[in-house]
Design a protein around this ligand. Structure first.
Ligand code: T68
Length: 837
């Protein structure tokens, strides 16, 4: 074994000097000060908050990396099956607070260490910039899954791209969204560059064929352009366990081969610098579209670059074990987060057939048994397709392999369904359009052993709509559901420490953070006057914190006693922020029509919006503009006062969500039924003691089943009726709701500024109303009226919210990971001994 090969003298030197990481205040202070002095080159006299953050972060990083080393060594020695989670997005947010809580030393650092050094914990934590390597739910899900994988001791790695620019920073200028680049890598203590871990990745070139000595045809992909992938490792600490997993992010740079050298010598210095920049472009920027496919060449390059680097890494590790190839799927499970990593399928087939000399069928069975595919959408505009000429140009050998995969697949379909003549063109991986397109979701299904949706309704929908034929072909068993979840460490304990503490005081400790179903034990306290009061006080404090933040950032003063109604998520027509803002205008018009006495009797409200629009998504930007203009008018209307305030929170991200989620009374999850695959912020808001207004969509349905229909406000048309209504719109025109017509009239009359600015928004409802804004409007407004009524009875409201929290145990990401592990990956956890392997 590896262990036996090392001489004793070396072992004892290591034993003597190996770091063990701090465990108490003294050690923490020593580590932080040492880093401030020597790593950051600061002294007592110029140690500002930034330096205090740096020193604290580096001290905790030392702790993490010691556990990381132990974990990796132990996993290597144990040599059991590992999971690799391939995701183009990991929306991690801040790392320091999470590291402190997961390691369990936050109080050591806060109460003693940082206070001694003259700093407040909140200020130091607030210095850190979000790692915003994602768009929205899909990227945040990947981050929650990493937390759960480590917390449950699964041997698992994430693989992603190290974007130099994460999702843009949003500024609101004169009511419009303006995008500013997010250069987040200035100071990032959480990554370890692995200059020794590099992979050369090929693009373009041609395929040469020849017959080897055994007469077997061999394909060689050659004459391509080479770009180098560099590894950066980010430690992922589990909660209350030494297990510290790895997130490996790839960064691109020009290959330092003879190629450049020649150019350099022949005086083409400029050209070689240019090549360098071109290579670095691959990992330069995260594409800021969520739920939309744009088919850009650079995006395809990113996808291949990352898939090829990750697979090379995985295969290299497997080959070290000297196991037979057929063991590959017993050692390795690879999960594809959406279709973005689908090229990993033809890439592994290429490695096995072209490089390792396996025959096609043997290789293919290894491939299929290795991969699982998670679908996150049924919307046509979000399903990835790549044009055949583009793939031909960029990845000529992969195109051949995809065609061959398709041939084998279609032959199988033809044998199985000889009478269904349309079936072949319906399920073909190659769409016979002009140009021809590769349907990535179909390739992902054919190349995986399991396909899952992310909530029950969604998993049913994929089986009955977009993937219906594949259920016929492969049977029901290939398709499954894993309803999404969130990590209670970040989304309860970290975001809402007071609520976490209150729960712990009743449950006798924090075990619920690792077994969220234990929350059910607080159900009995829903009737407890004292508990309700404590719960209410925490909510009020959290609302006050958000009110302060709003005052600081927007200048608008909101009353924390008002009903906080929050919709924060990416701006998208299907998520229907337009329904919300039209509803707000409707409320404003109603308030204006009232006498001052009547107005006084109304439940005061604060309508809070937040979220980014994709830079090229005109309609989404119109919605943001309207929200801001409505806010400008309403917030400055002296007749209205506290009865209504409308706020847009700039640059919504993970760390802002940590302030926002604990502060809601109601949050909005109001997508057109059948369009939101799951939603995960719905879970965050309920877990933090807020109720939901929502449609029968995504995980809202399961949340209702768990918490009870008395504790949620559902409204609107059902998924099964949406198509019929759209059909009606096409043939009979759209029926505009009376209340909505008044809203449109107000907009047209210029109440919120020049009406031309918003005509696209109102016209799309009048012309098609694809998202059923009008059809659901009346029900939506009535439901808000019911919410006002319900909120007046605070005791009953508290009863509902406490019951809801108690019943949210199902929505922990830990449950998701256990389901994936059992149904899809077939992997077991592996405990790391506290003192090494
Ligand atoms: C989201 N998808 C779903 N996509 O919309 C949401 N898309 O219902 C679900 O809860 C969540 O995934 C987790 O399953 C996304 O967030 C994207 O961000 C995205 C990014 C690039 C391309 C396409």
């Amino acid at each position: 074994s590896v262990e036996a090969e090392i001489p004793d003298a070396q072992k004892s030197a290591w034993k003597k000097h190996s770091a063990s990481g701090f465990k108490n205040k003294e050690d923490f202070e020593a580590a932080a000060i040492r880093h401030i002095e020597t790593t950051l080159a600061r002294s007592l006299y110029n140690c500002d908050e930034g330096a205090a953050y740096g020193g604290t972060a580096l001290a905790f990083r030392d702790r993490l990396i010691i556990d990381w080393n132990k974990t990796q060594q132990s996993h290597t020695f144990a040599d059991q099956k590992r999971v690799y989670y391939l995701s183009l997005e990991f929306l991690m947010g801040r790392a320091l607070d999470n590291a402190m809580l997961n390691v369990g030393l936050k109080d050591v650092a806060r109460v003693e260490g940082l206070a001694d050094l003259g700093f407040r914990m909140e200020d130091v934590i607030g210095i850190e910039r979000d790692a915003a390597l994602g768009n929205g739910g899909l990227g945040r899900l990947a981050a929650c899954f990493l937390d759960s994988l480590a917390s449950l001791d699964y041997p698992a790695w994430g693989y992603g791209l190290r974007y130099r620019y994460g999702i843009f920073k949003q500024e609101i200028i004169n009511g419009y969204q303006v995008e500013v680049p997010d250069y987040w890598l200035d100071f990032n203590p959480w990554e370890f560059p692995r200059h020794d871990v590099t992979v050369d990745i090929q693009f373009y070139g041609n395929v040469r064929k020849y017959n080897d000595d055994n007469g077997r045809q061999v394909s060689v992909w050659e004459n391509g352009e080479i770009v180098t992938a560099n590894a950066y490792d980010v430690p992922i600490p589990g909660y209350n366990t030494p297990t510290t997993n790895n997130l490996r992010l790839w960064s691109s740079k020009a290959a330092s081969g003879e190629f450049d050298f020649q150019k350099f010598n022949s005086g083409e210095y400029e050209q070689s610098v240019h090549d360098q920049m071109r290579a670095e472009t691959i990992s330069a920027v995260l594409y800021p579209n969520d739920n939309l496919d744009r088919g850009k060449e650079l995006r395809l390059k990113q996808q291949y670059f990352w898939c090829a680097a990750s697979l090379n890494d995985i295969v290299r590790r497997f080959k070290k074990s000297k196991k037979a190839w057929k063991e590959f799927p017993n050692q390795i499970a690879i999960q594809l987060n959406d279709t973005h990593p689908t090229l990993a399928i033809p890439e592994l087939q290429r490695i096995l057939v072209d490089n390792e000399g396996l025959d096609w069928d043997t290789a293919w069975s290894i491939v299929v048994n290795t991969f699982g595919y998670t679908n996150h959408t049924v919307m046509a505009e979000a399903l990835e397709k790549w044009s055949v000429p583009l793939i031909q140009h960029l990845l000529p050998r992969h195109l051949e392999i995809i065609y061959e995969i398709n041939l084998h697949f279609l032959q199988y379909v033809e044998r199985t369904f000889p009478k269904d003549r349309d079936m072949l063109s319906r399920v073909s991986i190659v769409e016979e359009s002009n140009p021809k397109m590769i349907r990535m979701a179909f390739l992902a299904i054919v190349g995986s052993h399991k396909v899952n949706g992310v909530a029950e309704l969604h998993s049913d929908l994929i089986k009955t709509t977009i993937f219906k034929d594949f259920v016929k072909i492969y049977g029901q068993d290939k398709f499954t559901n894993v309803t999404n979840g969130i990590t209670p460490r970040r989304w309860l304990h970290q975001a809402n420490p007071k609520l976490s503490e209150l729960i712990a005081s009743k449950l006798g400790g924090y075990d619920f953070l690792k077994d969220l179903t234990l929350l059910h034990k607080i159900e009995t306290y829903a009737d407890d006057k004292q508990f309700r009061k404590a719960f209410q006080d925490i909510k009020f404090a959290n609302k006050t914190r958000l009110a302060n933040y709003i005052k600081e950032t927007t200048g608008v003063k909101v009353n924390p006693a008002a009903l906080f109604d929050i919709q924060v998520k990416r701006i998208h027509e299907y998520k229907r922020q337009q329904l919300n803002i039209f509803g707000v205008i409707h409320r404003y018009l109603a308030l204006k029509a009232m006498s001052p006495e009547e107005r006084k009797k109304m439940q005061p409200r604060v309508s809070i919006f937040g979220g980014k629009a994709a830079p090229g998504y005109w309609m989404a930007k119109c919605i943001i503009h309207l929200v801001n203009e409505v806010g400008r008018v309403v917030n400055n209307d002296p007749e209205i006062g506290d009865a209504l305030k409308v706020i847009f929170i700039e640059d919504y991200n993970v760390s802002k969500c940590e302030i926002i989620a604990p502060a809601s009374d109601i949050s909005e999850h109001i997508s057109t039924a059948g369009t939101e695959a799951s939603g995960t912020s719905n879970m965050k808001f309920v877990l933090n003691g807020g109720l939901i207004i929502g449609t029968c969509d995504g995980a809202n349905i399961e949340i209702t089943r768990e918490i009870g229909e008395d504790n949620i406000f559902l409204f609107g048309n059902l998924a099964e009726d949406v198509e019929d209504i759209r059909h009606q719109h096409t043939y009979e025109g759209v029926l505009i709701d009376d209340g909505l017509q008044k809203v449109f009239d107000a907009i047209h009359d210029g109440m919120f500024g020049h009406s031309d600015e918003f005509s696209a928004l109102t016209n799309t409802v009048v012309n098609h109303d694809h998202w059923l804004t009008s059809a659901d409007f009346e029900a939506y407004c009535k439901t808000h009226d019911a919410i006002d009524e319900a909120f007046k009875d605070q005791e009953a409201w508290l009863h509902k919210t406490i019951l809801a929290v108690a019943r949210m145990g199902f929505f922990t990401a830990d449950r998701c990971i256990e389901e994936y592990a059992e149904m899809i990956w077939n992997v077991e956890p592996q405990k790391i001994k506290q003192n090494g392997a």
